[in-house]
Design a protein around this ligand. Structure first.
Ligand code: ADP
Ligand code: MG
Length: 238
């Protein structure tokens, strides 16, 4: 079970309250999009779940396990960032294998998982290339591959398309949706782009100033926004 629960989660940096009493239950296998304007706390919410930040108060659960004191590498989560952060001196294969090597995964298992992920992402013929020999879209797929090979229960995406041009954005968006259908795991996807949110999500959580304003299906948000912020944000052209 890879449901995710934020239970009255607060995060402060000094006196600044960035997350204010976040309550959010994400279902197993759900595609949840967390959307909101820049600076509202989306990345912080993901980083707390991944264990890259400590929460100031409250609990985060993965399944029924409280993970506040669990180290990031034991949380069974993989995160795809907006900058691809590939290792420039390593081949595509080694970029994808790196996390598994760190975890002392047997060599044959690494070979198998990287080969499978490469096939899924159409990277089979690029495994010996270096990042500089790839297009932006291919690099983004390597970053996805690095997450997939770990077989995580939960995938986190932090604005993964923001470095891509418009055409590639649309293409990668649909690849990520297909990936979700294929892997049948929980995806939490952060964006400030309401079109991305409306087209990809099972449910959308709209965040503003560190508070979840509304959590609902795209259709319900569109038809029944709970306040003016949500109405303006969802209704405005991107
Ligand atoms: P978003 O991802 O929605 O753009 P962030 O979660 O990155 O927003 O940031 C929310 C707020 O928290 C911003 O005001 C940001 O300046 C602040 N913030 C984020 N990380 C830190 C940090 N490590 N130290 C201090 N303030 C931070
Ligand atoms: Mg952010």
């Amino acid at each position: 079970m890879a449901s995710v629960t934020y239970n009255h989660v607060w995060k402060k940096f000094g006196d600044v309250e960035v997350l204010k009493d976040i309550q959010l239950s994400i279902n197993d296998k759900e595609f949840l999009v967390l959307v909101g304007p820049s600076g509202c706390g989306k990345s912080t919410a993901l980083r707390c779940l991944a264990g890259l930040e400590e929460v100031t108060d409250g609990e985060i659960l993965i399944g029924d396990r409280v993970v506040n004191d669990v180290s990031p590498k034991d949380r069974d989560i993989a995160m795809v960032f907006q900058s691809y952060a590939l290792y420039p001196h390593m081949t595509v294969f080694d970029n994808m294998a790196f996390g598994l090597k760190l975890r002392k995964t047997p060599k044959e298992e690494i070979q198998k998982r990287v080969t499978e992920a490469a096939a899924t992402l159409g990277l089979d013929r690029l495994l010996q290339r270096r990042p500089r020999e790839l297009s932006g879209g291919q690099r983004q797929r390597v970053a996805l591959g690095r997450a997939i090979v770990r077989n995580p229960q939960v995938f986190l995406f932090d604005e993964p398309l923001s470095n891509l041009d418009a055409k590639l954005r649309v293409q990668t968006r649909s690849e990520i949706s297909k990936l979700h259908q294929r892997l049948q795991t929980t995806f939490i996807y952060v964006t400030h782009d309401q079109v991305e949110a409306m087209t990809m999500a099972d449910r959308i959580a709209v965040m503003y100033k560190g508070i979840i304003q509304q959590l609902d299906t795209p259709q319900m948000l569109y038809d029944f926004p709970c306040n003016l912020f949500v109405a303006g944000f969802i209704g405005s052209p991107s």
